[in-house]
Design a protein around this ligand. Structure first.
Ligand code: FAD
Length: 471
């Protein structure tokens, strides 16, 4: 028997069902494969830092697989159609009996897999596993046997199922006695950029998970919304490229805090809730394929008369809007490839509700910068902030960027870290530095607010109301 494990966003050897199942038959010869698809990545706006993060993971994965006696095949193809052709060739030349992979849920990826499966028949079979989620999509359903549209009942049903289901963690497969061919991994034909303050690899991901669960998660419920405290797990990029599985996260959480269910206010429960949001957004991609096709969940919002103002968009991108919390957050994103969750909500809301710019511009820009970028969470987050999504913020609830700054960065600690030009501004004025500059007669190398929040709010409400009435 010959088995091929096709790695995609599951770059790990531990708790990888596709890899484990391929290795179950000790007689089978097992090959591993990764295909870089630079043109496809470009159309999906993958960031240069995520590409570098993936590349560095591959080097380690190749080594780890070699230790297990598994040869790693690495190929660059342009796009998904080309990768299908490549796999067909390998399966033919190597006489592969079965291809194993962990499922991806985006529309293009699913179409690719369905096509591959059809084209490989009858000589080679394909089998997909739901290794990157707790449960397969469409297995947590409401009374009408449909996917939930609202998060809270979904999460209740999810927790019920979680408590009744034994979570299987797949161990690293046993070493095989095969000769391993070593292939040099050529650099991707894709821009690469630093992924700052992070190290690649599944070992690093596991260590970070352990230290977060031991030292930080207890305070998570209180600290998670304060960007300057930096007390979230920073595991998102590992979960996105799949060097860590969400089931490992849960297992470790339970191990370190076995009684966490008993305290509804525990940090551990609060953190689990975020993992459930991740699950929810992935399940939605399957229930509503239009989410992968640039479409809003709430259809009438497609009629909003967006303001395609390129200058304002540039000012937002560069962190020059004159709203300190927005600008500090955008600079954090541009300089590190990561942004705190509260600030993702604030900056997304600012782009959509203060500048009335189409959320899809923001979604795309985030993808092009984030190391943790993934369609499910990014699209979910943007559609939430834009009030176009399922269970989104209602459109008439509009964040005030100044108040958000005052609430979540009261002394401006975070702002000062990213906007050194405001270092002289006293705490009292850190969210309205222009007022201080005027009063103190101090020139500031910092822009005036590019919009008046009150007016912008009225304009946005009118645009949403108009689109809703038209529908
Ligand atoms: P923690 O607070 O430690 O949370 C643990 C894990 O739960 C995260 O690593 C992540 O996998 C998951 N998670 C947390 N919050 C959410 C959420 N709201 N939705 C879905 N999953 C969540 N997350 C991404 O992984 N990739 C993205 O491209 C992405 N884009 C976003 C865009 C917007 C506009 C918004 C509002 C949120 C976005 N998020 C995205 C969700 C969230 O902001 C990040 O997952 C989180 O900030 C990552 O930091 P952390 O690992 O320290 O998170």
């Amino acid at each position: 028997k010959k088995h091929l494990v096709w790695f995609r966003n599951d770059l790990r050897t531990f708790d990888n069902p596709a890899l484990s199942k391929a290795c179950e038959d000790s007689e089978a010869k097992v090959f591993a494969l990764f295909i870089a698809t630079p043109k496809q990545w470009q159309t999906h706006h993958m960031s240069a830092s995520q590409a570098a993060f993936i590349y560095d993971h591959l080097i380690q994965l190749q080594e780890a697989l070699a230790k297990l006696g598994i040869s790693f095949i690495y190929q660059q193809c342009d796009d998904f159609p080309d990768s299908i052709e490549f796999i067909k060739t390998i399966c033919k030349t190597q006489a592969i009996d079965k291809v194993f992979y962990n499922n991806q849920y985006e529309f293009n990826e699913r179409q690719r897999d369905t096509l591959l499966e059809e084209e490989l028949l009858p000589h080679t079979l394909c089998e997909g596993f739901d290794g990157n989620l707790f449960f397969p999509p469409m297995t947590i359903l409401n009374g009408q046997r449909e996917m939930y549209k609202v998060f809270t009942p979904f999460s209740k049903a999810f927790v019920g199922k979680l408590l009744q289901t034994e979570q299987i963690i797949y161990p690293i497969p046993k070493k095989r006695h095969q000769t391993v061919a070593q292939q040099k991994l050529e650099s991707f034909n894709y821009p690469l950029a630093s992924y700052h303050n992070m190290k690649a690899g599944e070992k690093v991901a596991q260590e970070r998970l352990i230290s977060f669960c031991q030292e930080q998660v207890a305070d998570y419920a209180i600290t998670r919304d304060i960007p300057s405290l930096d007390n979230t797990s920073k595991l998102s990029a590992y979960l996105s490229v799949g060097s860590l599985s969400v089931r490992q996260c849960f297992q470790r959480l339970q191990l370190e805090h076995p009684l966490f269910w008993q305290n509804p206010k525990s940090g551990a429960l609060c953190w689990l809730n975020e993992l459930i949001w991740r699950e929810f957004y992935h399940h939605l991609l399957i229930a509503y394929p239009r989410l992968s096709k640039n479409k809003p969940f709430i259809e009438w919002t497609d009629a909003i008369n967006w303001n395609y103002d390129k200058k304002a968009f540039e000012q937002w991108k560069e962190g020059r809007t004159g709203f300190p919390i927005v600008d500090a957050a955008m600079r954090q994103l541009n300089q590190t490839g990561w942004m705190h969750n509260r600030l993702r909500m604030v900056t997304a809301s600012f782009l959509v509700k203060d500048l009335l710019i189409d959320w899809r511009w923001g979604e795309q820009y985030f993808m092009s910068k984030l190391t943790d970028g993934n369609l499910a969470a990014n699209n979910g987050g943007w559609q939430w902030a834009a009030s176009t999504g399922t269970d989104a913020a209602p459109y008439f609830r509009i964040f005030n960027p100044t108040t958000q700054g005052e609430r979540f960065d009261p002394e401006g600690k975070f702002i000062r870290q990213w906007l050194p030009e405001l270092s002289q501004v006293p705490n009292k004025y850190i969210h309205t530095p222009q007022l201080w500059a005027e009063k103190a007669g101090q020139p500031l190398d910092y822009p005036l607010p590019i919009v008046l929040h009150k007016d912008a709010r009225e304009k946005t409400l009118a645009a949403f109301t108009q689109a809703k009435t038209k529908a």
